[in-house]
Design a protein around this ligand. Structure first.
Ligand code: ZN
Ligand code: FE
Length: 256
């Protein structure tokens, strides 16, 4: 088994699809299907055919391309069992107990509810990559549409517990907006200030801000830092439980 080639493909307004290609087997997978047309064009350019689709959650901006891609390539479609009735074309429903492999690369399924109740995250331990969908973003986290803040805090904490060097790919390019909010919460965080400047430059040049890493997000993402004394002090919540500080941060971000 060879190393995976990774293509980060912008789709729709601000979504990402990530395409994985294993050169020895010639197998190709994609994480989420925002746009069949964009994914088909990216594959055609490289002479690849789609074998596997891994879906993080049921929202249309992650599932809209499934049926056309499945019809065109005959790809398998994997997604969360808890949302099986809301994801068109699903061929394999998974939970945290499911052991998956793509072209010899093991995949762990993490249940990360909160944005939606069935949302899953795909972790490739041998490759050191995690696909967090709309649960954890760079410098932010997903809106809590179906769960509650405690649930979402547990989910982002589960992702944050992965090894520091793990590369993170998420479902949207929201980093610039997230950076501006993060700076209002931790204006004195030097690593965050540097990241915010880098993100401004990357976006001005039309470049993606991903991947990021677990280590980097733990140092800069306010939603992974509700135990920080400076954040607690700024919010007037010194000593409050992490899940309550997290909930307050989410509330402030929703109003930002
Ligand atoms: Zn979503
Ligand atoms: Fe989304």
């Amino acid at each position: 088994m060879g190393a995976l080639e990774i293509v980060l493909l912008p789709c729709l307004a601000d979504n990402y699809c990530v395409i994985l290609h294993e050169p020895e087997s010639g197998k190709t997978a994609a994480i989420d299907a925002p746009s069949a047309a964009a994914i088909k064009a990216a594959l055609a350019e490289r002479g690849w055919r789609l074998n596997e689709l891994f879906i993080t959650h049921h929202h249309t901006d992650h599932t809209g391309g499934i049926e056309e891609l499945k019809a065109f390539y005959g790809a398998n479609v994997t997604g969360p069992e808890a949302e099986a009735d809301r994801i068109p074309g699903l061929t394999r429903a998974v939970t945290e107990k499911s052991a998956l492999v793509f072209a010899g690369h093991p995949i762990q399924v993490l249940e990360t509810p909160g944005h939606t109740l069935g949302h899953v995250t795909y972790y490739f331990p041998d490759d050191g990559i995690v696909f967090t969908g709309d649960t954890l973003f760079s410098l932010g986290c997903g809106k809590i549409f179906e769960g509650d803040p405690e649930m979402m805090w547990d989910s982002v904490s589960k992702i944050a517990a992965l090894p520091d060097k793990t590369n993170i790919y998420c479902g949207h390019e929201y980093t610039l907006n997230n950076a501006r909010f993060a700076l209002t919460i931790e204006p004195e965080n030097e690593i965050l200030k540097k990241r915010a400047a880098d993100v401004e430059a990357l976006r001005a040049a039309g470049k993606p801000t991903l991947p990021t890493t677990i280590e980097f997000e733990k140092a800069t993402n306010p939603f992974l830092r509700p135990k920080s004394r400076s954040i607690q002090a700024r919010l007037g919540m010194l000593g409050a439980p992490a899940s309550e500080v997290f909930a307050r941060l989410r509330q402030l971000k929703n109003k930002a």
